[in-house]
Design a binder for this molecule. Sequence first.
Ligand code: CTP
Length: 212
Amino acid sequence: MKILVTAGPTREYLDPVRFLSNPSSGKMGYAIAQAAQQKGHEVVLISGPSYLQPPKELQFVSIVSADEMKQQVDQWFEWADGVVMTAAVSDFKPKTRSSQKVKKQDEAALSVEWVQNPDILFELGQKKGKKWLVGFAAESKAILEHAQQKLENKNLDMIVVNDISQKEGGFESDQNQVHLIASNGAIEDIPKMSKSQIAEKLMEKIESKFAS
Ligand code: CTP
């Protein structure tokens, strides 16, 4: 299959040196891209800023902001059979961006006006046709219900949900504990394991559900 994977955070700059972002490391997305490639699929990995080395021998696209991620995802969507969207896309961006570094004397800088970023996965869900979509959700309460709502709202085939209220696991950890929810409502609990093991399991699931 031709698989598009997104990973990492986005950065939404206020001025040349300051940005809104999140602690996503990119580990889950990179592990999925690698697992997919090792299984013989063609992979494009679109990633926000990460300290990880891009896996070799796959097409790698580096982006910074949510708008840039959307532009690249839309461009590659035509090519792909399916998309795994692990990126922690910032929901907001500053309404304006100063071309010069804002000085601390500038009192107007104390309040920032935010606008919403596009919901990239939602928009893919509107035009997906025969392509398959796998989303990720980080939830801290009523995790299965909230993830199920996202799955329906974004028209996904599967969602991988992780409980960020747990001490270990989540954004920067090497391990994670997740649940897979399919569009028919079936839930599979994956016990705590390394992100590369989760990537393996997820790829097996993706192959069994979507490979023709
Ligand atoms: N996502 C996206 N574009 C956004 C926000 C999220 O494509 N602007 C994708 C993420 O990559 C993930 C899924 O949507 O696969 C769910 O992301 P999440 O942040 O959990 O959900 P949100 O839709 O942002 O909802 P909320 O922040 O209210 O929980």
